[in-house]
Design a protein around this ligand. Structure first.
Ligand code: PLP
Length: 451
């Protein structure tokens, strides 16, 4: 039997989303607990987690108020469902709260255990709704390349990543549009305005080619997260929304990362000034203290679904733990903590400082671009700055940077040729300096090796 924690992990666990050559080189970090924005491993080493876990631990790893809210609810009522006309009081209160803090005047909420399931649920709602309204052919889903919407068969089909081909995905009927990343996909001599106009034309041509009456909905993250932190090109949502409205295609904002403060506002769609028909939430919803997702429907979709459900008598969908009372109690507390205990305010206050440091770091010849907003940013490594030529993929530059950071006690995430920083909202100025000092050391070491 293996002895060390690392060997035990590597003998019995199957790893998801883990670069195996990198793992074999570096080994597993087995984590026992956290302190504020830091995690601590079995060997007592502390790492500043500039990933917030997986973007979700926005209040850090030991927030007492959240732990107390969970404990109190476990003592009151540790578990229940939301089927057959029953649901917990916490579920009732959370739905009320989510509609209240949503950008909608009225609405309804449906719960899942994850962001992937929330996207799946939304797709099934749209299929159900269109069929009930006599348009069963309205089933295609529009998303964008580089989008990340999850890993279940439907949400992975929505995700615009080539790696899903190993599963034979996407499923038929999932159509991907150009990623709105001007720096990377803008053509020679094309202005940002012309780029956005081209993407709007592509959308309209796609709708006409596929047939508007075959399209169930359009899903977008306000800022693409796992695609490499890609804020939309300027004016993107303002250019595409009228086209989606013209063809009567519901617009869904996937706020699994952007929601509850990550961009500085409660919602990414508020930051980018567009109103969707529904919002997908997860991760920050419970500050990562409970696995939970939610579909928040705006007034029009709520009304139409109510009518459809009454006609069919039942919406045959839901999970055993949908609206779990402990998850709901934690979410109620998390919303309060982020919005009323200064966490979102801290993101707004420190975002300019974040950007200032990145701007300086990006003066290096091997950084092509820095991009982001609020507390979600990326640096993109390039072999040649002027031509934006990437490094040879075999060099695994971003993985090397992230591994070097890990050695220095900093967790950051390699995504393509980018390194992503999305720390917990509780980060202090001193912790931000620690993050950047370690990152700069790692960048200089790796660029000296590969450039
Ligand atoms: N949507 C977005 C925008 C995400 O970033 C993620 C996860 O990273 C998901 C959906 C899927 O969420 P989950 O991993 O909880 O299934």
């Amino acid at each position: 039997k293996p002895q060390s924690w690392e060997a035990r992990a590597e003998t019995y666990s199957l790893y998801g989303f883990t670069d195996m050559p990198s793992l074999h080189q570096r080994g597993t970090v087995v984590v026992t607990h956290g302190e504020g924005p830091y995690i601590v491993d079995v060997n007592g080493r502390r790492y500043l987690d500039a990933n917030s876990g997986l973007w979700n631990m926005v209040a850090g790893f030991d927030h007492k108020g959240l732990i107390d809210a969970a404990k109190a609810q476990y003592e009151r009522f540790p578990g229940y469902h939301a089927f057959f006309g029953r649901m917990s009081d916490q579920t009732v209160m959370l739905s009320e709260k989510l509609v209240e803090v949503s950008p909608f005047d009225s609405g309804r909420v449906f719960y899942t255990n994850s962001g992937s399931e929330a996207n799946d649920t939304m797709v099934k709602m749209l299929w159900f709704l269109h069929a009930a309204e006599g348009k069963p052919q309205k089933r295609k889903i529009l998303t964008r390349w580089n989008a990340y919407h999850g890993v279940t068969a439907v949400s992975a089909s929505m995700t615009g990543k080539p790696y899903n081909s190993v599963f034979g995905l996407p499923l038929p009927g999932f159509v991907h549009l150009t990623c709105p990343h001007y720096w990377r996909y803008g053509e020679e001599g094309e202005t940002e305005e012309q780029f956005v106009a081209r993407l709007a034309r592509e959308l309209e041509e796609t709708i006409q080619r596929e047939g508007a009456d075959t399209i169930a909905g359009f899903f977008a993250e306000p800022v693409m997260g796992a695609g490499g932190v890609i804020p939309p090109a300027k004016g993107y949502f303002q250019a595409i929304l009228p086209i989606l409205r013209k063809y009567d295609i519901p617009v869904i904002s996937d706020e699994v990362i952007c929601g509850f403060g990550r961009t500085g506002n409660t919602w990414g769609c508020v930051t980018y000034d567009f109103t969707p028909d529904a919002i997908i939430s997860s991760k920050n919803l419970t500050a990562g203290f409970f696995p939970m997702g939610a579909v928040i429907l705006g007034p029009e979709l709520s009304k139409r679904l109510e009518t459809a459900i009454e006609a069919i008598e039942e919406f045959p969908h839901g999970f055993t733990a949908s609206g779990h009372p402990v998850g709901c109690a934690i979410a109620l507390k998390a919303i309060d903590v982020v919005m009323n205990e200064g966490l979102a305010e801290n993101v707004r206050r420190l975002a300019p400082r974040f950007e200032e440091r990145l701007k300086h770091i990006a003066e290096r010849p091997n950084i092509g671009e820095y991009r982001g907003i609020g507390f979600m940013w990326a640096l993109e490594a390039v072999k040649d700055k002027a031509s934006k030529t990437p490094f040879d993929g075999n060099l695994s530059v971003s993985e090397r940077i992230a591994n070097t950071c890990t050695d220095l006690g900093l967790i950051c995430r390699p995504l393509g040729q980018s390194v992503v920083l999305c720390p917990p909202f509780i980060l202090t100025e001193a912790q931000m300096d620690e993050m950047f000092d370690k990152l700069e050391k790692a960048l200089d070491k790796v660029f000296a090796e590969v450039a």
